[in-house]
Design a protein around this ligand. Structure first.
Ligand code: MG
Ligand code: MG
Length: 250
């Protein structure tokens, strides 16, 4: 069941998304060599709470933090820690969720720590590009496969691996709702209906597609140890086109 959002629900989703965007605005400022991922988590939590929202991830299936911090070969679901200190040349994917008025905003962004290698820089640019190619297809009357194909085409053009086991998802009162959205074409002809929301989130790898889950039960890394990038926005298919909720409101 894919739920349509009312006007009021869309308003609250935009508010939740605005708070997520505030966190990312701050992350962009504070991500630098020497900061720990735990410090990033503390900063994010403070912003979410100051804005009277709930950190969606904290306690979700037992997750112990407000954000996921995934460094270099880590793809998603990395756990913030005092012992993980960012260093020059790293990349870090920071995934943020906030619930406001019962509704969720979910957005991930990959950040450069200082200067990164040209090949990693290109991976990040292409992953971001694939996100926006997917968003462009989030229109009523299109099908899910239109989004998947658009993401895949950009990834393939760049020669990157596409993470298969994880993907986008419906979002609303729950962070993960129907449908599941693949980041490569599987021919899913599910219709995108007016005012439905999906978190679109390509994860592209410098090397192969395959990923492994660490012993902590959370951290997902590339099997070949090569870097991975992750970009995500929550998007609603409105009559005026794709509406990104996880951006700053005017
Ligand atoms: Mg997310
Ligand atoms: Mg998500």
């Amino acid at each position: 069941m894919i739920n349509k959002k009312s006007r009021d629900e869309i308003k609250r989703m935009r508010h939740a998304g605005h708070i997520v965007a505030l966190v990312h605005q701050k992350m962009k400022e504070v991500v630098e060599p020497g900061i720990s991922t735990k410090e990033l988590d503390n900063i994010a939590m403070k912003i979410i709470k100051e804005n009277r929202a709930i950190p969606t991830f904290l306690g979700y299936a037992g997750f112990p933090a407000s954000i996921c911090t995934s460094i270099n070969e880590e793809v998603v679901h990395g756990i913030p820690s005092e012992d993980r200190i960012l260093k020059e040349g790293d990349i870090i994917a920071i995934d943020v969720g906030a619930t406001y008025g019962g509704l969720v905003g979910d957005s991930a962004w990959s950040y450069r720590v200082g200067k990164v290698s040209p090949e990693v820089d290109a991976l990040m640019k292409t992953t971001e590009e694939s996100l926006y190619a997917g968003i462009e297809q989030m229109r009523p009357g299109n099908v899910l496969d239109d989004i998947s194909k658009a993401i895949e085409a950009v990834a393939v053009k760049g020669g990157y691996g596409i993470v298969r086991q994880y993907g986008g998802h419906g979002v609303g009162y729950e962070m993960h709702e129907d449908p599941f959205l693949f980041n490569y074409s599987v021919g899913d002809n599910t219709l995108i209906k007016l005012n439905t929301a999906i978190a679109i989130e390509p994860m592209l790898n410098l090397g192969c597609d395959d990923v492994v889950v660490a012993e902590d039960g959370w951290t997902v890394s590339t099997k070949d140890g090569k870097p991975s990038a992750h970009f995500e926005h929550t998007v609603i298919a409105t009559e005026d086109g794709p509406l990104i909720t996880t951006q700053l409101m005017n």
